[in-house]
Design a protein around this ligand. Structure first.
Ligand SMILES: C[S@@+](CC[C@H](N)C(=O)[O-])C[C@H]1O[C@@H](n2cnc3c(N)ncnc32)[C@H](O)[C@@H]1O
Length: 230
């Protein structure tokens, strides 16, 4: 069972767990506190190794520091490259200063924002921990990839619960793998290559912001679902 009533997206956005000012929104591109460290690869290098125009979407981008640095580096090193970088975050805590060309930082919820284009790389670094309908975000985001694009997201399957509050981790991990995605149980990271169809067949019920700390040690949000097949 949840530790209280389940929250809808409006209540969740106002929750102290989600609006928490002390969470790490400042990861850079490379180095000790970085996307490269968390993801296991440097997004800049990933894009630079590909041919033609490139687009990177970062969901729950925090301050946007990694995107800003990557866009600035591309503008300096490869001014001829046509690169689009889009960051989405619920709160407008974006870093100030000049914005390199091709970069857009948007204050919106990943729950209802939709892009008008597809992307070569989609990342979500420690953002899904605070989202209500995590499964829907993954389903939607995977459909925004170009054919050989890559989606990588930190995702704790243990944070997905059924109506009775039991962990749905095994069910989620097998649905992900059946659809051709990878779920790294140890790193708690989900990834897929190319646009993948994913349908968890689960109805979202709401979020519990009192679930306590997850594997990161930070308070996180548990997400409740009713599964079509029990
Ligand atoms: C731990 S921070 C990580 C930020 C960034 N990815 C980084 O690693 O520096 C999690 C971010 O998720 C954002 N977030 C939480 N719920 C969100 C939602 N529904 N839509 C968009 N962003 C959300 C928070 O505002 C916060 O900036």
């Amino acid at each position: 069972m949840s530790s209280g009533r389940l929250l809808d997206d409006t209540a969740l956005a106002a929750s102290a767990v989600v609006a928490n000012n002390t969470m790490n929104r400042e990861r850079g591109l490379a180095g000790p506190n970085s996307y490269a460290k968390e993801l296991g690869f440097d997004p800049y290098e990933f894009l630079a190794a590909r041919q033609g125009a490139q687009a990177w979407l970062d969901l729950c981008c925090g301050s946007g520091k990694a995107l800003i640095y990557a866009a600035g580096r591309i503008a300096a090193e490869r001014p001829e490259a046509a690169v689009t970088m889009v960051g989405i975050d619920l709160v407008d805590h974006f870093m100030g200063g000049p914005r390199p060309p091709g970069l857009e930082l948007i204050a919106a919820s990943v729950a209802d924002w939709s892009p008008r284009r597809s992307f070569d790389l989609i990342t979500c670094v420690h953002g899904l921990h605070y989202v209500g309908d995590k499964l829907r975000v993954l389903e939607r985001a995977a459909s925004w990839l170009v054919p050989d694009g890559l989606l990588v997201a930190d995702f704790d399957a243990e944070s997905v619960r059924d109506v009775r509050g039991r962990s749905s981790a095994r069910r989620v991990a097998s649905a992900v793998r059946r659809a051709g995605w990878e779920y790294d149980t140890r790193r708690k990271r989900v990834s897929c290559l190319g646009p993948c169809t994913l349908n968890f067949e689960a109805a979202y019920l709401g979020a519990d912001d009192a679930a306590g700390p997850n594997y990161t040690g930070q308070p996180a949000v548990a997400s409740y679902y009713e599964w079509s097949r029990q």
